[in-house]
Write a protein that binds this ligand. Structure first.
Ligand code: PGA
Length: 255
């Protein structure tokens, strides 16, 4: 099995002023750097504080990500941000197709797939999100939905590019609800996603791709999730907003 470095990613969503974001980033920086090189750490603040957070994180191991981007590099797209603007401000990654973007802002499988390719073309590593709603799970459609979402992303990139994509499986019913997927539910979907990667791009790519779990990841459940063979990290909302709980996730092996 490939040696996949775990990635603990904090999605700050629509939270934190500049002063609050810099304070949080500064605390995370010292705690994360102490974790050594066996775990990757990332934070994703709102666009307006990216420059200040990049400065606060300078010289640290903590990666910086945008929460979204547009697929065009410039032009008449009021309110949008280009991938080149994210790299310009110090981002290495970008979160794409989060379920909140799909639910509230009309993002489609095709749009997320296109953005994934454009991010790679412009030097950003995408964290592309997939996941089913409660209705879809209860209707027995989880694998259909996740398979469709993952296929769109995989078909937009080459095998080589696919190794750089991080896929985040986030069951919509687990996000912000405190209702974490059971280890069995998470492993089942993660293994399915990895198989799908293998079907499209071959076993070596499937072995290399990191698949994060997201949805109510907390200090008290992170260890069990990270122990699963196909879970390579976590995309965290609520528990990433405080240094104390986020750093417990970063040090998941000590929980
Ligand atoms: P949560 O959010 O950890 O608050 O459930 C996860 C996410 O939306 O990425």
């Amino acid at each position: 099995m490939a040696n996949r470095t775990p990635l603990i990613a904090g999605n700050w969503k629509l939270n934190k002023t500049t002063a609050e974001a810099v304070a949080l980033a500064t605390e995370i920086k010292s705690g994360a750097d102490a974790a050594g090189s066996d775990v990757d750490v990332l934070v994703s603040p709102v666009f307006t504080v990216l420059a200040a957070v990049a400065k606060a994180l300078a010289g640290s191991k903590v990666f910086l990500a945008g929460q979204n981007m547009h697929s065009e590099l410039s032009g008449a797209y009021t309110g949008e941000i280009a991938p080149t603007m994210l790299t310009d401000v110090g981002c290495s990654h970008v979160i794409l197709g989060h379920s909140e973007r799909r639910q509230y802002f009309g993002e489609t499988d095709e749009g997320v797939a296109k953005k994934t390719k454009v991010a790679l073309d412009n030097g950003l590593l995408p964290i592309s999100c997939v996941g089913e709603t409660l209705e879809e799970r209860e209707g027995g459609k989880t694998m259909d939905v996740v398979g469709r979402q993952v296929d769109a992303i995989l078909k937009a990139v080459s095998a080589d590019e696919a190794t750089k994509v991080v896929i985040a499986y986030e069951p919509v019913w687990a996000i912000g609800t405190g209702k974490v997927a059971t280890p069995e539910q998470a492993q089942e979907v993660h293994a399915f996603v990895r198989k799908r990667v293998g079907d499209v791009h071959g076993p070596a790519v499937a072995d290399a791709v990191r698949i994060l779990y997201g949805g109510s990841v907390k200090p008290d459940n992170v260890k069990g999730l990270m122990a699963l063979p196909d879970v390579d990290g976590a995309l965290v909302g609520g528990a990433s907003l405080k240094a104390d709980s986020f750093l417990k996730l970063v040090h998941f092996d000590k929980q």
